[in-house]
Design a protein around this ligand. Structure first.
Ligand code: NCD
Ligand code: ZN
Length: 344
């Protein structure tokens, strides 16, 4: 039985650090594991300019409690961006790419894009700069079932984006369905990030006799077949799949006492350990490093990290909450046993 593994230090290609007090509380959990994280730009005022990106990066790094931690910031795409500033920021690596939120698909996506054709000029710039388009791949429309939003986005938008911008690198973020992973797998320039929770939960964990708001996230977790496909691709070593936790903290009051439950799962305190557990269950621990530390930088055209981390076989129980002053967040996997632990 394997009792310890050493892997190249991971990167997390999709995480939410929020702002203010919340940012101060959550950032260290991702920085304890990862060398680099893509910090999602869906803050209360979205990050749409180079100045905001510079300040947000500094704020995160100075709260990371780590000396060599790096936050990478994508631009929150809108149809009213300052194109010169955007291009300048891509060329100077201030933006790591552009993030498309179709409007009203998830938390703070009300500033997102209604008519995606209107930002095809931005995709053209990303393609020319050999940068990356990050996509929240869901269409939220009255006639679309919540479980089918990813499929509709692929059919009605993504095929066309791919066919129009043949050299554009695209990340379909937090892929959640069988349909989604198959689509990624059949496209050279399209990669997918996979979260731990989409490989652990199905819709029964959200909607049962009682609704569990802590397992409610976007894209919504789906069926057993979807979970099996996600595990298969993540654990395959396939170069187009890599780590993105989508760790997305919300105050407990926004999950439990609110009429509108905020979508998002906070997994940063245990995400690398959960990935290790999943890869072990799939008899694929030897593929973990590709998923966590190699495929991502290769796709984004970054160097591979030089440090290593160790994970050891050791049972521990995830704390119920992350609490500090006025902040109280329910942790993913609260109260449950995990069989791997990072060694710090
Ligand atoms: C994320 C958040 O809360 O910012 N929520 C989520 O359910 N995943 C946004 C996102 O990535 O969709
Ligand atoms: Zn997210």
């Amino acid at each position: 039985m394997t009792t310890s593994i050493n892997i190249i230090q991971p990167d997390d290609w999709h995480v939410h650090f929020r702002e203010d007090e919340m940012l101060k509380v959550v950032t260290k959990y991702s920085a304890r594991v990862n060398r680099r994280c893509i910090a999602m730009p869906n803050t209360s005022t979205p990050i749409t300019s180079s100045n905001q990106a510079i300040n947000y990066k500094k704020l995160i790094e100075s709260n990371s409690q780590s000396l060599n931690f790096e936050a990478l910031i994508p631009c929150y795409l809108t149809d009213s961006l300052n194109i010169d500033d955007f291009t300048y920021a891509l060329q100077n690596k201030i933006f790591v790419g552009g993030k498309l939120y179709p409007s009203n698909a998830t938390t703070n996506s009300q500033y997102g894009v209604n008519d995606i054709k209107k930002i095809y000029n931005i995709f053209e710039i990303l393609e020319k700069e050999n940068s990356v388009l990050l996509i929240h791949g869901e269409l939220n429309r009255d006639d679309i079932d919540i479980f089918d939003r990813e499929k509709y986005f692929i059919d009605e938008e993504l095929y066309q984006i791919r066919n129009t911008f043949k050299n554009l690198k695209i990340v379909l973020e937090h892929v959640s369905s069988d349909y989604g992973v198959d689509f990624v797998n059949s496209n050279q320039n399209i990669a997918g990030t996979i979260t731990p929770h989409h490989m652990l939960l199905t819709k029964k964990d959200v909607f049962n006799d009682k609704i569990n708001p802590h397992n409610y996230c976007m894209p919504i977790v789906k069926n057993e077949e979807d979970l099996i496909s996600l595990r298969k691709y993540a654990c395959s070593g396939n170069k187009n799949f890599f780590l993105g936790t989508d760790s997305a903290p919300h105050q407990i009051s926004d999950k439990e006492q609110s009429k509108e439950i905020k979508p998002g799962i906070f997994s940063a305190p245990c995400s690398i350990e959960l990935y290790a557990q999943i890869f072990e269950e799939e008899n694929s621990l030897d593929k973990l490093e590709k998923f966590s530390s190699i495929n991502g930088p290769n796709f984004y055209n970054f160097s591979i990290n030089s440090d290593k981390i160790s994970l050891i076989k050791k049972e521990w129980i995830v704390e119920d909450f992350t609490v500090y002053n006025d902040i109280k967040i329910k942790n993913f996997y609260a109260g449950k046993k995990i069989s791997w632990k990072i060694q710090n």
